[in-house]
Design a binder for this molecule. Structure first.
Ligand SMILES: Nc1ncnc2c1ncn2[C@@H]1O[C@H](COP(=O)(O)OP(=O)(O)O)[C@@H](O)[C@H]1O
Ligand SMILES: [Mg+2]
Length: 283
């Protein structure tokens, strides 16, 4: 029994990018697209769509940035990807479909808890639990019923290392997560998210509450994480989008105006609205 458990646990701990030697290689080849948004409309209140006819694809192992002026729907679409908008009673997708790893995530049979294991989220305002650094990172595994100390220890260390925080906190894992600096707290939240090995990490303006040095640290971290995770990041900072992302989607008034390689969007956009926005004419 315990052998079976630990093998399952081990299985879930293999970062996606290192699985090529396993039997899932044919699935990997099957699609490079992890998120497919197909003609989606979304409304918080019936009759008032705040996203209109959005279609896009998010590629595996890339960082995709969502940019656009405040209120254009970036966060709304991001929150659709792990069904965070379900918490708002009247909110609904009113047209189209979102498929993640081939599954229609709004299908009534989808287990939302299970979905959120695969699609983790990091918020603008870092939000460690009032627990120790160790327990913050171990939290998701404990929820899943993992109790074995060696598994928890290994995952906590591995996740903190990936989040670039291990060296700073390894001697005080029992100290409160709330005692860390802002930048460290955000990296702790990233460690907590990656500890359960999601396939996708959603980040909604993860640096906007951070000082410039912490922002640089988190941006470098994002670039490293894409080896193992697919990342979608909302940012109001266009320089940040150019620094961290492979592809950029520009939204305006609930519409996806243009999505392309980041260098293309910022150097030679196809649409006039994009050009106006990136050159600072509005927003
Ligand atoms: N909880 C909510 N209830 C009703 N309307 C909302 C809610 N959250 C956002 N909106 C509206 O949806 C639109 C898109 O907002 P949002 O996705 O937060 O934009 P962005 O992240 O691009 O700034 C805006 O018009 C905003 O006012
Ligand atoms: Mg937002």
């Amino acid at each position: 029994m315990s052998t079976v458990m630990s093998e399952q646990e081990k299985e879930t701990q293999i970062p996606e990018g290192t699985q090529s030697s396993s039997s899932s290689s044919e699935n990997q080849e099957a699609s490079n697209v992890v998120i497919e948004v197909d003609d989606v409309n979304f409304a918080y209140v019936k009759g008032k769509d705040v996203l209109r006819n959005i279609s896009m694809e998010v590629n595996r192992g890339e960082v995709t940035a969502f940019i656009g002026p405040s209120g254009c729907g970036k966060s709304t679409l991001l929150r659709c990807f792990n069904r965070m908008n379900d918490l708002i009673p009247t909110a609904a997708i009113t047209n189209g479909e979102i498929r993640i790893l081939g599954t229609d995530i709004y299908d009534p049979n989808v287990d939302v808890i299970e979905l959120r294991k695969h699609v983790g989220m990091v918020f603008q305002k870092y939000n460690p639990f009032p627990k120790s650094i160790y327990e913050n990172v171990a939290y998701g595994l404990r929820i899943q019923g993992v109790a074995k100390k060696s598994v928890l220890d290994d995952t906590v260390e591995e996740s903190l290392r990936l989040a670039g925080l291990w060296e700073e906190v390894k001697d005080r894992l029992d100290a409160s997560g709330l005692g860390l600096s802002g930048g460290q707290q955000q990296r702790l939240c990233i460690a907590r998210t990656i500890a359960v090995k999601p396939k996708i990490i959603l980040m909604d303006e993860p640096c906007s509450a951070l000082d410039p040095i912490s922002t640089t640290t988190v941006e470098e971290l994002i670039t490293q994480l894409k080896d193992d995770f697919t990342i979608v990041i909302v940012t109001h900072n266009m320089q940040q989008a150019t620094r961290v992302s492979d592809r950029t989607a520009f939204f305006y008034l609930g519409n996806l105006i243009e999505m392309d390689e980041t260098t293309k969007i910022f150097n030679n956009p196809s649409k006039k609205e994009t050009e106006d926005y990136i050159s600072g004419r509005f927003g």
